[in-house]
Design a binder for this molecule. Structure first.
Ligand code: DX5
Ligand code: ZN
Length: 231
């Protein structure tokens, strides 16, 4: 069984209690904090910047996975590396020089990844595989939480998995295949079978908190993991 990673998106967390939400969701068994950055330019919404990353950094040891939905990318990527990000991903449409941006992220000591919108072709990864730690497929159009999973992502995941497996066989280097948007308890198993090994879930996690759970999200994280356990 692959070592699956669950990455709750704090976009759907309670921002008035963000530090507690971050600690709780990791204590509840999640692996990674997914941090959605929107600039009201590349996507029609505005969220959080490096100051917030710096503020939550002491709340957990878990990796912070910064998903940049911004244009341009480079200056913000550097600022997030300084603010404590572990992983930084961006959309190829946001950068004029994709190879350079990946290099800047790696030089700043972070893992780097490319994010593919539903209609963005996979060939953007072809000549930069050596610099990629993560490939993130969007299963919704970026900009908002709570949207419905786009079914054609399953075939695209299988195609991305084939490319990554071929690369891993020839290079010995691991690249994670992450999916973002509309991931829920009732579809995570199917998404894993299509080839994903890391799963961003916002509304499905933060919308399912229980006061009766020790860490508010234990039940929902366990339910997501139970689905993955059957792969
Ligand atoms: C969308 C963001 C996602 C979003 C996922 O642009 O990149 O990370 O928060 O939210 P859900 O899981 O609610 O679709
Ligand atoms: Zn995201």
């Amino acid at each position: 069984m692959p070592d699956f990673r669950i990455a709750p998106s704090i976009l759907s967390a309670n921002f008035a209690r963000l530090g507690e939400e971050v600690s709780a969701v990791i204590e509840a068994g999640a692996d990674i904090i997914h941090f959605d950055v929107m600039d009201n330019h590349y996507v029609p919404n505005l969220t959080i910047g490096p100051l917030v990353c710096e503020a939550i950094r002491p709340c957990t040891q878990a990796p912070i996975d910064v998903h940049l939905m911004v244009k341009p990318v480079d200056a913000l990527a550097a600022a997030f590396a300084k603010a404590g990000a572990d992983i930084i991903t961006f959309h190829p449409e946001g950068s004029e020089h994709i190879d350079r941006t990946l290099g800047l992220i790696k030089e700043a000591g972070c893992k780097a990844g490319l994010v593919f919108n539903p209609a963005t072709p996979l060939h953007y990864m072809d000549y930069v595989m050596d610099k990629l730690d993560i490939v993130l497929l969007m299963s919704v159009n970026p900009g908002f939480g709570g949207q419905q999973f786009i079914a054609s992502t399953l075939a695209k995941l299988a195609a991305a998995r084939a490319r990554i497996d071929a690369y891993e066989r020839s290079s010995g280097r691991r690249i994670r295949l992450e999916v973002d948007g509309g991931v829920k308890i009732d579809n995570i198993a199917e998404i894993a079978r299509a080839g994903a090994d890391a799963f961003v879930a916002g509304s499905a996690v933060f919308g399912a908190g229980r006061d009766s759970d020790a860490n508010r999200y234990d039940t929902v994280i366990a339910a997501l993991r139970a689905q993955l356990g059957e792969i």
